[in-house]
Design a protein around this ligand. Structure first.
Ligand code: SF4
Length: 179
């Protein structure tokens, strides 16, 4: 049986949704029979491969690098799953939008530091922040939305099984926004 090529990534997220993925525990062994994990924080693959069947994305889009990556992901993937509230709505990552990029940078790199030898933002060391943090679907087409903060393992398992078996799923009792 040909295995489904799956990838995962976290962009502007806290990794909590990836931790929940691992919380599937022994069910990971069952899923591993059906998928090849071709790119992920869980595996040592540096470049995003082509021809991915399902790309699971945690986190919102906050930087020009996130935008660049998500466009590559869209180009290389048949289906994209937004995992967790940050990917679906912006959530905690988008709280920056209440204050604005300049105010957040000033707070982080000047007001709250004891030493900033250069007196500048480290613009050459970090990707440029976007003016506004956005969820995935404001930049690309998203095929599946799975809320939760973090998304519980039971919901992740049910969704992945549904996708692999090409059947509809109902996860309304398994997860919700902010859960
Ligand atoms: S949805 Fe919650 S757990 Fe998932 S990446 Fe965002 S903050 Fe972390």
């Amino acid at each position: 049986m040909k295995k489904v090529r799956v990838a995962t990534i976290w962009l502007d997220g806290c990794s909590g949704c990836h931790m929940s993925f691992l919380d599937m525990d022994e069910r990971l062994l069952e899923i591993a029979q059906k998928i090849d994990l071709v790119y992920s924080p869980y595996v040592d693959q540096k470049e995003i491969p082509e021809d991915i069947d399902l790309f699971i994305v945690e986190g919102a889009l906050s930087t020009d690098h996130d935008l660049e990556i998500i466009k590559i992901i869209r180009k290389n993937s048949k289906k994209i799953l937004a995992l967790g509230d940050c990917a679906v709505t912006g959530n905690i990552s988008a709280m920056k939008n209440l204050f604005g990029t300049e105010a957040v940078l000033k707070k982080g790199y000047f007001d709250l530091v004891d030493l900033n030898a250069t007196g500048h933002y480290p613009s050459k060391m970090i990707p440029k922040l976007l003016d506004k943090v956005i969820p995935l679907n404001e930049a690309i087409k998203v095929d599946f939305f799975v809320p939760g903060c973090p998304t519980p393992a039971d919901a992740i398992y049910e969704v992945i099984q549904g996708i692999l078996e090409e059947r509809p799923v109902n996860i309304s009792t398994l997860t919700r926004f902010g859960k």
